[in-house]
Structures are given as structure tokens and as C-alpha cells.
Design a protein around this ligand. Structure first.
Ligand code: ADP
Ligand code: ADP
Ligand code: ZN
Length: 235
């Protein structure tokens, strides 16, 4: 009887966990709205938002070795080499706060990164649940990027036309002055788009093959995009 009770508890506990675990990857061109939606998902479902771009920018700000190395690539609109990013993410998702899931924003960006992630998760008996691809045509991207303003203090992102702040140039959340990212200049954006098509877009077929790809129309307004994502992840 005691054993039956224990196994009942075991099943119940694990069902409960399974219901809550949600591991999500955001795919899409630079400026497609990955960060915007990842923050909404993370806030709504209480899971960490892991942005490799934010991690690199924090390292650049602190002047770490990783930051110095990453900056030379980021400034040119190129990807940081896989070996500088894979271990960092694999270590991050193994942390305690990721046990109920997480939303990865900006990783993976190459097939080798996706394979390394799958391999590391498989070794833990885990897997990604959804790869959400946000479709936004290239023609909209330069506008998205030139209008993007970011808060250097709290990481909030706005758009001067589509997602404006209450007071121009000032973060709604923390009152700091907003900045235009160095790599959001039109010349660099063009390069980043080429790199996206060449190295990142093949991930769409990769996740289609593993049956976890979900596509959303990223040209809709922010709230509508979020509604379609929430419907997909079924929470
Ligand atoms: P965006 O929000 O425009 O998609 P990110 O903030 O995600 O840009 O990334 C900024 C830059 O950081 C990228 O252009 C790239 O140089 C580097 N970077 C971020 N994530 C990765 C990654 N997974 N692999 C390689 N480089 C990355
Ligand atoms: P990514 O992380 O994919 O590079 P961001 O989330 O930073 O993209 O969004 C890029 C820019 O577009 C930002 O200025 C953001 O405020 C704006 N943006 C995000 N979602 C939308 C949307 N649905 N419609 C219009 N602008 C958006
Ligand atoms: Zn702020």
C-alpha cells in the first residue's frame, strides 16, 4: 500500500512538472521581434529569457575577454564563432532556474549550434518543445532596426514608431536614456540579413524535420503576435 501511494505521488509530481516545462526557441531574422516576444513569454510563463545577444553585450560592457572577442564579430554584423557561444548556453540551461523551461532568443543561429544543443539536452533526457519562427520580410527589417531603441540599463526594447515610449528617448520601465545599437546601422543590418539567410535560416528546415517548428506572422502588431504564440504553446 505504501509503495502504491509512493508511486502515485511520484506520477503526480512528475505530471505536474511535465505540464509546466516549456523549452522554447525563437527563430527569425534580426529585428523580427524575437526579443520582444521572448520577454513577453518569459514574463507571462515565469521562465527565464536567455538572449545570447544580451549576454555578449553585457560582456562587452564589463570588458571581459569574451566581450572583447565577441565585439569584433558583432561590429561587422558577423556571427560570433560557435565555440564561443555553445558552452555558454549549455551551461546556462543547466542552471536551477531553467528546470521548468526557458525561452532562448538568438540561439541557436547555426546548424552546428542546434546540433550541439540537441546533443547536450539529449544527454540530460531533455528536448526543446517549440521552435517559434517569426516571419518578417527583409523589406520590413531595415525599418524595424533603424527605429529600434534599447535601454542600456534594464534591457527593454522599443520602436520609435511602432512601440514608442511615453517620453521620447526615455525608458518607460526605469527612466534611463535609450540608445541606438551600433550594429543597427543600415550597412550592418544588410550584412546581418545576409548572414541570417546564409547561416540561420536553414534552422527552419532543421526544426521542421524534428516536428517542433511553429510559424507565426511577425508583421502583425506586438499583441497579436503574442496571442498567436500563446495559442501555439497552449498555455
Ligand atoms: P538581434 O536581436 O538583432 O537578432 P542579437 O542581439 O540576438 O541580435 O545578436 C547581436 C549579435 O550578437 C549578432 O549579430 C551576433 O554577432 C551575436 N550573436 C548573438 N547570438 C549569437 C549566436 N547564437 N551565435 C553567434 N553570434 C551570436
Ligand atoms: P529581434 O530580437 O528579433 O532582433 P526585437 O524584438 O528587438 O527583434 O524587435 C526589433 C524592433 O522592432 C524593435 O524596435 C521592436 O520594438 C520592434 N518590434 C518588435 N515587435 C514588433 C511588431 N510586432 N511590430 C512592429 N515593431 C515591432
Ligand atoms: Zn530601462
Amino acid at each position: 500500500m505504501k509503495e502504491i501511494f509512493h508511486s502515485y505521488l511520484y506520477v503526480r509530481e512528475n505530471l505536474h512538472e511535465l505540464e509546466e516545462i516549456m523549452k522554447i526557441i525563437m527563430l527569425g531574422a534580426p529585428g523580427a521581434g524575437k526579443g520582444t516576444q521572448a520577454k513577453l513569454i518569459a514574463g507571462t510563463y515565469k521562465i527565464p529569457h536567455i538572449s545570447t545577444g544580451d549576454i555578449f553585450r553585457a560582456n562587452i560592457k564589463e570588458g571581459t575577454d569574451l566581450g572583447k572577442k565577441a565585439k569584433t564579430y558583432m561590429d561587422q554584423g558577423l556571427l560570433v564563432p560557435d565555440e564561443l557561444v555553445v558552452d555558454l548556453v549549455v551551461d546556462r540551461v543547466a542552471k536551477e532556474d531553467c528546470k521548468n523551461g526557458y525561452v532562448l532568443d538568438g540561439f541557436p543561429r547555426t546548424i552546428p549550434q542546434a546540433e550541439a544543443l540537441d546533443k547536450a539536452l539529449a544527454a540530460l533526457g531533455e528536448n526543446i518543445d517549440y521552435a517559434v519562427d517569426m516571419e518578417v520580410p527583409d523589406a520590413n527589417i531595415v525599418n524595424r532596426m533603424s527605429g529600434r531603441r534599447a535601454c542600456p540599463a534594464c534591457g527593454a526594447t522599443y520602436h520609435i514608431v511602432h512601440i514608442p515610449t511615453k517620453k521620447e528617448g526615455i525608458c518607460d520601465r526605469c527612466g534611463k536614456e535609450l540608445i541606438l545599437r551600433d550594429d543597427d546601422k543600415p550597412e550592418t543590418v544588410k550584412k546581418r540579413l545576409d548572414v541570417y539567410h546564409d547561416q540561420t535560416q536553414p534552422l527552419i528546415a532543421y526544426y521542421k524535420r524534428s516536428n517542433i517548428l511553429k510559424e507565426v506572422d511577425g508583421t502583425k502588431d506586438m499583441d497579436e503576435v503574442f496571442k498567436s504564440i500563446a495559442a501555439i504553446i497552449g498555455a
